[in-house]
Design a protein around this ligand. Sequence first.
Ligand code: GLN
Ligand code: ZN
Length: 761
Amino acid sequence: MTKTIIGFPRIGHHRELKFATEHYWKHKITADELQATAKEIRINHWQAQINAGIDLIPVGDFSFFDNVLDTANLLNIVPSRYRDLNLSQLDEYFAQARGYQSDTKSVKALSMKKWFNTNYHYIVPEFDKDTNIQLIGTKLFDEIEEAKSIGVPVKACIIGPYTLLKLSRFLDGTNRNSFIDALVTAYSDVLTRLNEQQVNWLQIDEPALCFDVDSAEKKLFDRLYDGILAAKGKTKVLLQTYFGDIRDVYNDVVAKDFDGIGLDFVEGSYNQTLLANNGFPSDKILFAGIVNGKNIWRNNYSQTVSKVNEIASHTDGKLILNTSCSLLHVPYSAKDEEKLPSDVKQHLAFAIEKLAELGDLDKVVFERDHKVLDANTSLFQTIKHPVNQSVRTEIDSLTDDDYTRLPAREEREQIQHDEFKLPVLPTTTIGSFPQTKDVRQNRSKLRKGEITRDQYDEFNNEKIKRIIKFQEDIGIDVLVHGEYERNDMVEYFGEKLDGFVFTQNGWVQSYGTRGVKPPIIWGDISRNAPITVKDSVYAQSLTDKPVKGMLTGPVTIFNWSFPREDVSPKESVTQIALALQEEVLDLEKNNIKIIQIDEPALRENLPLRKTNWYSEYLDWAVPAFRLVHSKVQPSTQIHTHMCYSEFGDIIKAIDALDADVISFEASRADFTLIDQLVAANFKTEVGPGVYDIHSPRVPSEEEVESLIKVLVEKLPINKIWINPDCGLKTRSEEESFESLKNIVNATKKVRRVVNEPNRVS
Ligand code: GLN
Ligand code: ZN
């Protein structure tokens, strides 16, 4: 036994699970038909792993929506408002994942959050006073029977109790500690069941051990596992960690009665130091994560072999080759990609290719197979990422001045107030207006060659004209062109910049049935022509009010793409920043006086450990943003937008972006962040979203008015902007138009009360 993986993507080779599930939701197929498709997908995936010679195959990694939700349901952690709906098990599960609506009842979905530092989202379990933890689910055990029946060497998989507690919400005054004993019993029961099923291995996922772990949390971990491991029978227990190293608990973990310990040697390279410094117990097996589960490049065997040899020297040679994390985060297979140039394609390894890589590495490491190694070495010798020498030279010659916008923000603020003469509490939107059916059809007609580029542009121009008029009519102060030309805020820029390549079928699950197809950074990035200037200039030509230029920021473009491994993140993001700087200066030259640079993904790539937030990330991410706008005139106003309000702990970094205005999500009346901003003496002007665009509900004028009044009480009135909390792309026009009217009218009312018609400094 030498190789395993942590999990396999479950959406299916051609996203069969997505389509079947969505059909089920629309009542086009029955639950049995959905289950049949799911079974077929599972069997295909197991078969693919058997064919690749994987000796321990994860079972339980399949999910109709999310694994965290699966584990919560396995253990009866289901809030009673869903139970009370009296639905089938499957429908109760979907009700938690996506809400439930019938003629008589309506229940909101559980909330959703980003899964560690990935673009995957999990469903947040909810514990309350009625939570009665016990092993009641059967999905895991049924799938194990199914797998055994076709000869799968089973490794059962569940999310561990520590991670579950770390990621959950606790209501009614409950807290983590109230549930430890019940969890110990439930996980022990899982072990007992697996014993009865004669399962050899249980993989318990505990990625939360890669966060900083303090002494209280260490105690929590101890109590949970001392309890659970006492129930161990014949089924061996693998503690599987990923997305980083486990420096805070390493000694604790190796001292416990686990049979296997899974460490990530890709993102958690410090695990190697931990091994070297502390050794590894001889009675355990190390599951060594050496094939990158998050990126899509071929593994460099000679580098990996040296790493494995070094690791093996601390474990008496006892180790199993593993992926660094679940393959959930990469697409199915690179073989499908017909349009990629072969010199690119041969360097790609998606899930299926990674299975083969484990087989190869097995041969190289354990059988010293030179042919396999040599073939891989020569592949790496031929790799030719397009180099753009002038971009590289430009980066080499950057100095602090290039990252510094002058004059300082306070001075700019005055200049801009004089320049724009906006009323107090200026109103604006985040950029996109609803992408109605006709907008999407227009794009697909262009793609299929059914219309010319001119016809496509003409259609969008009509849309722009109409939306500019709408915004003028209702009295918005700073307008947008509506982003009708964009399908996706990253893909749109990727396609227009040099250096990116695109897949046809490279789907990665984002949440539930939703997927993304991230662009791949292949070469040096540069801009060969203006990207957004034409649309912005056209929109501005239709009105005397300012129209915001609209760009996706360098960090977001980078974070939502597959990065290169041969150049540093800092280098790539700086290349993107320089390309965007050219765009910003072109917009300015063409009389676009307000430019928004969106960074919705800035927060999600923060390293798991707080101590690394700056040194490994913000120290290059924040300057990259500044590089984009540092050269504009003092009167040009730079906006940015972020889609979350959880930036209480990175307020300083956000201020250091040195934007003039930031809009962010602050709906659900959670204005605690505002207090934090005041306390931190936040300098950027702010537009906390006054309504939640993620919900179809139209906020009333009164509701918005009272929110604005709260803002006015807390913040200096000259620093406040009024806007929704995100783009309106996914909403209907009806809802959006109505909501915006209410916002504008509410603002006007407050303006009359505060009696300060114009912004002054
Ligand atoms: N400008 C973008 C829009 O309005 C921002 C999207 C986002 O924040 N995710 O759609
Ligand atoms: Zn947003």
